[in-house]
Design a protein around this ligand. Sequence first.
Ligand code: MG
Length: 401
Amino acid sequence: MSTITNVRSILTAPDSVALVIVRVETDDGHGLGCATFTQRPTLVAEAVDQYLAPLLVGRDADRIEDLWQLMYLNAYWRNGPVLNNAISGVDMALWDLKGKLAGMPVYDLLGGRSRNAALVYRHANGRDPDEVLEAVEAHLADGARAVRCQLGGYGGSDPAGPDPTTRALRESLPGAYYSPDQYRRSVVDLFDHVRRHVGTELHLLHDIHERLAPMDAVRLARDLEPHELFFLEDPFPPDQVGWFRTLRHHTITPIAMGELHNHPLEWQPLVTERLIDFVRAHISQLGGITPARKLAALAEAFGVRTAWHGPHDVSPVGHAANLHLDLTASNFGIQEVIGFGAATREVFPGTPEIRDGYMWPSAGPGLGIEIDEEAAARYPVQPSVIGWTQSRWPDGSMWTP
Ligand code: MG
């Protein structure tokens, strides 16, 4: 038995991204987990410190499954992003701790490696097709084997030179504007341009980020077929999953979905009806490694592969958790990773390495990662109003970000 003596959150924002880490301490060790909900970090910290810590102190850290169920059911209302992230922070920390105590990496606790490193995809963004191509070529020179291409950010570039009516509408309704029609057409032109220059060997990906009306997303998936994408991501928001059946009837472009998923009923029908090819959950939004390994096993039974969400707002601890799952799951597909800045590496010794188009785990038991709390304190979290999620169409209507 390993008795929990303390549970606490650590907030830090190296490279200007608010991250939430949970540290679980026991009478014989400690573990770290990622609880990052970057848009609402202090709420998660409160859930950990005020509610999970008193629930957990004095209990046996060995019993991960039972503790997960306890945390999940204890608030009665469940499956929201704040509480799921808080649970995830503790859950990952318990797996990390168990590995440290056993002297083995988490991937060995999960059944051992199916592969030594995880294929990753990188991000290429630009204001025009040439700029995107330049970014793709820089990744190629760095050994990348898969690159996600976006023109002008999600939803494409802001339409240049709005007419007086559009300008007046914007002044009364500030937000992050884009034109869905311009976006959809420009993506096809972008992939024509990039494919022509890089050939067929490099895997290319694209993220719609729910920015289109559902039938326009279906149309884009069809229009991109000649470019044989590795996958097309998030064609619809989670509350429009009924559209996946229509999408499947009209295109063979592989589909990835799921970074916004919190509730099991959001992914179960997509997997069991084989409506997607890659499940893209943000692991801390599910509640950690414990539910993620169950989701991976469910997906395996239906021929769906994993492609866990891996943006900047997954901490290196969360990336390590992604990676340990990637290394074990037989149905692993690909791992998203943007890269780690100097400050992030300073705060998190043992951050996984990206090399030759793959991500490699650090040596060391557990998740193989630590946090330097003195360094973390030099990058305080400052909650702010989020602008990019205030996405609007040209007439001012709000749309899913
Ligand atoms: Mg995405």
